[in-house]
Design a protein around this ligand. Structure first.
Ligand code: NG6
Ligand code: CA
Length: 510
């Protein structure tokens, strides 16, 4: 061992472990890994999951050349907690302050914690994030004109190009590594989530200046003709143009792939589509009959195609493991008048599932999940194994030969055999978060539902809350139409106790 440096040692280790795991006769080289994470894309929003009002040939190609999951989940029905779980392998509800964050929130992940990028970096990968972050930045009171940290770099990414929070929240600027892109020091940026800056125009007072009007909320500062959540002033040279965000992000992703095509890389690509405000580039306007929401799906698909093309051109398509999913279920009107409701037609964003974004019902967390890895994952296959994005950490750690201590990523389970389609066995149980918690176990789903409102006050999505716990038979009633709690009180009781136990024990990996 003395003649090996640490990196060579780790490489040999991961090759051996991967070979053992996959049962291959010869050592398996470590693939590049790309995780494409769509925003608010529902189970039924892409054609390989049944959509017919929109065509998504590039996303579909991942299914045709790989494995399509039918019971895969985001850990939460909203963005921040789902992303927190992907990054840390810990259920977000274990940590306070992991709900939807404002754009000036501090980083919610402890830089000393194991993260998905830090594990892969440890395995010798070059790691990058390009896209929507929404996990907070800095330690509080960010000065947007200085170095902004801790953030993605401190969590294990070698390169970062991000939208700090969401496209509908200020500041409407990109950050590259620690700095705002294109910032003119003579025009410093200030951000507030409390009050407008003197002289700043708001959507509330000046609706005549808007190219897209809000339907609920989103009536604060006007940036690029769209009123947002929050207030900002300055930084004029840094402001993004909404219609160019997909081009900018996919260009950065392409560059990252090109620059790292000669050694293993991990690219986390959390796309901004199809979150509001939906303002796809004019190249995509009118590509569907569903208005901006449908056209944004086409734009997302184009970005996926661009990434796939780049892999082909670099000659690394074969040795790249691609995972595609979404951070939470779908929403139609999420705060802007963008014709999504009027033009929905027969399209079913959540497929057969009930509810959507924000909901305890499966529409909130059951999302597309596709895995492609040429020669390792059988093309055109489908799996009904129960998997969750929280399992990527332990699974990819295993793939790359990294071991986790008991307390690391405490809810992430190594599902590599299921994720690569070698086993039909997924998780035994899963906790889903949507304000309240639900427990899925085998064919049962128990929604604790101990929150007040039955409907989201803005979107009117059914939240699945009720005064008493609900029980659904996922096998007989996947659309959660018949609450059978009254017929099976002993199952409800057992599942409530199990959920309490998962909560109090601080970990759930067996
Ligand atoms: C909600 C916003 C919604 C969206 C969501 C976050 C209002 C009324 N609604 O509070 O538009 O921004 O937060 O979405 O402001 S997520 O996908 O990042 O979780
Ligand atoms: Ca989202």
């Amino acid at each position: 061992m003395v003649w090996m440096n640490r990196r060579q040692f780790l490489q040999s280790l991961s090759a051996t472990t991967a070979a053992g795991l996959l049962g291959a006769a010869k050592p398996v080289s470590r693939p590049n890994i790309i995780f494409i994470y769509a925003d608010d894309l529902g189970y039924g929003d892409v054609s390989c999951y049944g959509a017919t009002s929109v065509h998504t040939p590039h996303i579909d190609s991942l299914a045709a050349q790989g494995l399509r999951f039918t019971d895969a989940h985001a850990t939460s029905a909203t963005c921040t907690p789902s992303r927190y779980s992907v990054m840390t392998g810990q259920y977000a509800w274990r940590k306070k302050g992991t709900g939807i964050l404002p754009g000036d929130a501090p980083l919610i992940i402890d830089p000393h914690q194991i993260t998905l990028p830090s594990v892969l970096k440890q395995a010798g990968y070059t790691t990058g994030v390009v896209g929507k972050w929404h996990l907070g930045l800095g330690n509080g009171n960010i000065d947007w004109n200085e170095e902004i940290k801790p953030g993605p770099i401190e969590l294990g990414f070698d390169y970062s190009f991000i939208i700090p929070a969401t496209p509908d929240r200020v500041p409407c600027v990109f950050l590259e590594n620690h700095r705002v892109v294109n910032l003119n020091p003579a025009d410093p940026i200030h951000v507030s989530y409390k009050a407008p800056f003197p002289g700043e125009l708001t959507g509330r007072d000046h609706p005549e200046l808007l190219k897209m009007k809000p339907s609920h909320g989103h009536d604060m500062d006007i940036v690029d003709g769209v009123s947002r959540i929050g207030y900002m002033e300055g930084g004029k040279s840094s402001l993004w143009i909404d219609e160019d965000i997909a081009d900018t992000l996919s260009t950065k992703a392409v560059r990252f792939i090109e620059q790292n095509s000669h050694h293993p890389f991990f690219l986390y690509y959390p796309a901004h589509d199809i979150h509001v405000p939906r303002l796809p580039n004019r190249r995509f306007v009118g590509k569907t009959k569903m208005g901006p929401r449908g056209d944004a799906i086409v734009e997302l698909d184009w970005c996926v195609g661009r990434i796939l093309d780049t892999l082909e051109k670099q000659g690394i398509a074969q040795n790249t493991l691609i995972i595609f999913s979404s951070d939470n279920g779908p929403v139609v009107d999420d705060g802007y008048h963008d014709q999504a409701v009027e033009k929905l037609g027969t399209h079913k964003p959540a497929g057969i599932y009930r509810g959507g974004k924000y909901s305890n019902f499966d529409g909130g967390t059951r999302v597309p999940f596709l895995v492609k890895w040429t020669d390792h994952v059988k093309p055109g296959t489908t799996s009904s194994a129960l998997v969750d994005q929280i399992d990527l950490l332990a699974s990819l750690a295993t793939l790359t030969g990294q071991s986790l201590r008991n307390d690391d990523a405490p809810d992430s389970i190594n599902l590599l055999p299921a994720i690569l389609g070698r086993s039909r066995t997924g998780r035994q149980s899963l906790v889903e978060e949507a304000g309240s918690l639900s427990l899925v176990e085998g064919k049962w789903k128990m929604i604790r539902g101990d929150q007040e409102s039955a409907y989201d006050r803005y979107t009117r999505i059914e939240l699945g809350n009720a005064p008493d716990p609900q029980l659904y038979d996922r096998a007989a009633d996947p659309a959660e139409q018949h609450n059978v709690a009254a017929a099976h009180p002993e199952i409800v009781k057992r599942m409530l106790a199990q959920l309490d136990q998962i909560q109090s024990s601080g970990r759930s990996r067996p």
